[in-house]
Write a protein that binds this ligand. Structure first.
Ligand code: AMP
Length: 419
């Protein structure tokens, strides 16, 4: 039997209801905040990611699905969406229409990580990005919108973690101070961090290995080294979030796995996912557009881990999907022909209707209606049809009424939408 590839999972019919609910909620919220959808390819030139995410990051070093196509060009299955959004902004000169672009996109990403619960090799993200605005007020607006999405999805076990990563002016001084500190604790660091401390020292701060966490407990923090501009920017973000009543915690250790982040950095963490506690992450990337050959425009964005969010929403039993309005139990050939007509007419009217064209008896049909979670069952046999009636059973009260076949579609429309 051929199975799916490790780390690549199916989202089954019983799960897609939650996915659709999340997507609908996100899209309607984002559109109300003035965001427009952008759809992007899954394959990009490898260079786009090595230049944006950074050569010395875990993603680019170890996790990308990169291969040479038939002509020998190196292409990569995108590990994240921000780089592609920026590429599209530059390539299509979206900034010439309006430098301020508020964009969202939803789709699959690919990283060859070690699969476990909440961590897959194909996973989906929901991204929202604001390009062309440097005001800290937009940082607060974006975080507010993200928090509102969780509120609408009734996900309460989440907290907003906030940090600032400074800018090219103040970060080098901090990096030096951090490297001086790490040189003193080198022997306590894991093998990966031994390498990171020279190539990408910030990443040592968010290593999950306990020994590393202990070793960096007293490490210097970026927020103590911010330049005056970054300090003022961060202060406005915090004040604005307070004014908007968004609760947050300052997380001095929060850094992110991609090189392009500057200033405001945030993560939404949850206690309900075990080891994979980050359900969304984002921040500013003020230098990225220019470094990829575009205009000097700042930007900020976030990515929600769709799979992880779906797991939380499903566990909270907020599944709005499932259940149908009407099941037509048609017994006999004439009844099945009538059922086809009724079912089509009611379905296009918006009443979720299902029928069964097999030769099951009434017992089997009622069992199927139960399994489908039908609110009502219309029982129609050839004998009833000859008498010009069918029986409508309310599955919750068990009450039954007899309906005239003549005008039955209109009768059902009014009965089933009356509540
Ligand atoms: P990142 O692009 O690394 O900032 O990740 C943003 C969010 O995507 C994370 O907070 C996770 O919720 C989710 N995510 C990242 N990697 C994976 C993965 N391998 N499997 C599932 N979700 C992931």
């Amino acid at each position: 039997m051929i199975q799916s590839i490790r780390g690549f999972k199916d989202i089954l019919p019983g799960e897609t209801g939650v996915w659709q609910k999340i997507e609908k909620t996100a899209v309607s919220l984002f559109e109300d905040f003035g965001f427009c959808e952008i759809r992007l390819p899954v394959l990009e030139h490898t260079e786009l990611f090595s230049r944006s995410i950074g050569k010395d990051t875990d993603i680019v070093e170890k996790e990308m699905y990169t291969f040479a196509d038939r002509k020998g060009d190196f292409i990569t299955m995108r590990p994240e969406a921000t780089a592609s959004i920026v590429r599209a902004y530059i390539q299509h000169r979206l900034y010439a229409v309006d430098p301020v672009q508020k964009l969202y996109t939803i789709g699959p990403m690919f990283r060859r990580e070690r699969p476990q619960k909440g961590r897959y090799r194909q996973f989906s993200q929901i991204n929202a990005e604001v390009l062309g605005v440097d005001s800290p007020l937009v940082d607060a607006e974006l975080i507010f919108m993200l928090a509102e999405l969780f509120r609408r999805l009734l996900v309460s076990d989440v907290s907003v973690h906030l940090n600032s990563l400074g800018c090219p002016k103040c970060r080098p001084g901090f990096t030096k101070a951090l490297q001086r500190f790490l040189a003193k604790v080198t022997t306590q660091l894991c093998a990966d961090c031994q390498k990171r401390k020279d190539k990408n020292p910030l990443r040592v701060l968010d290593c999950k290995v306990l020994a590393c966490r202990e070793a960096v407990a007293d490490a210097p923090a970026m927020i103590d080294h911010l330049c005056a501009e970054c300090e003022a920017h961060f202060a406005t973000v915090k004040n604005s979030l307070n004014n908007l009543k968004v609760k947050f915690e300052i997380d001095r250790r929060l850094v992110r796995g991609l090189d392009y982040y500057t200033r405001t950095t945030f993560e939404i963490q949850t206690g309900s996912l075990g080891a994979q506690s980050a359900v969304a992450g984002g921040g500013r990337y003020d230098g990225l557009i220019e470094s990829l050959g575009g205009p000097a425009q700042p930007a900020i964005g976030f990515a929600i881990g769709f799979d992880r969010l779906a797991e939380i929403v499903a566990a909270g039993n907020n599944n709005a999907a499932g259940g149908i309005d009407l099941f037509i139990a048609a017994l006999g050939e004439k009844a099945k022909t009538a059922a086809l007509e009724w079912s089509c007419a009611l379905s296009i009217y918006g009443i979720k209707t299902e029928t069964d064209y097999s030769d099951k008896g009434l017992k089997g049909l009622m069992k199927r209606a139960d399994r489908l979670g039908a609110g009502h069952v219309l029982i129609a046999g050839d004998k009833e049809l000859d008498e010009g009636v069918a029986i409508l059973r309310d599955m919750s009260t068990k009450e039954q009424v007899s309906l005239k076949i003549e005008g039955i579609i209109d009768t059902l429309k009014s009965k089933l939408t009356a509540k």
